[in-house]
Design a protein around this ligand. Sequence first.
Ligand code: SF4
Length: 339
Amino acid sequence: MERAFTVGKDVMIRTSERRDFKRCQQRWAWGWRQGLVPKGPPANALWFGIGIHLALAEWYKGPGLKRGRHPADTWEEYVNGEIAYIRTQKYDGADYSDDEFVEALDLGSAMLKGYMGTYGRDDSWSIIRAEQPFEIQFPRQKVKGEPFLFAGTFDLVYRDLADDDRIKLAEHKSYKQIQTNHLPLDDQTIGYAAAANIMLVMQKVLKRGESIEGITYNILRKALPDSRPKNSDGLYLNKNGSVSKQQPAPYFHREFIERTPAEYTHAFRHMDAEVEQMELLRSREISPTKNPTRDCSWDCAFFDMCQLHERGEDWREYRDAMFKVQDPYADHRYSGKSA
Ligand code: SF4
């Protein structure tokens, strides 16, 4: 079953791969080197986020102020499709329950209707590009003549008509809790902005002197709306009409962070350093480290296998029973490149 994935003569790096690599090298080795994917249905947070992105991509289709289909409609079609698919599948010989998909149908739908109620048509967002895949080639610092490819898809580039026509990248995020203190050093999204900037300059979509000046984090909280009545200030009321002391946390949050050319340069330097370390792991010059944290039990698909691996038990038998092998770079392969 063991297989070692790479992209062929060029080295590719993807944003989700960088996230896994920085979280834990062993997780990266299992997921991105061996291509191990759980045999069961996709993890909730993953498919939920994909659906929200699809829905917003359809809505902010552009160009300019043109808008597409209501995001709640796209969401419902997406989740119903997922449910229909899940019902045809058997995982490890057993039918998989579609309960969490059915529950998520209402949750995502309510979130997107609330989003539309909050932001309406976003009349100051003039769309330049939405949901754009990219592959950008960079020279490697220490391996002369060999580039690496940075591949991904950015959410949205728009001209903000309410902010001096500045060009911004928007990234949609759906979080259980809205937290933003990590955003100033969020080099993954900075990587998207840097790549989008290069691509749009090369395509002459951005004019001379124009650049993506920063990132708008467009955050939706994963929560059903509060059904209590509100007063004219938007505060939720008790049954007796008084203002409740229990006000929900915000459901939506947008935060714009300016980015500098230095940050874009650093984003590529970080990628180059990560590629270098990945290559050392691929060639087995170094062994992957593990980064066990209290989050492993919920944020890592390899949690059970990792424990067997640590105890020196037969983790390979577990691997072959519970995981399938899938090419992690499949979305970005093109002719001439092979595993
Ligand atoms: S369970 Fe934790 S330590 Fe083990 S591979 Fe996953 S992230 Fe790494």
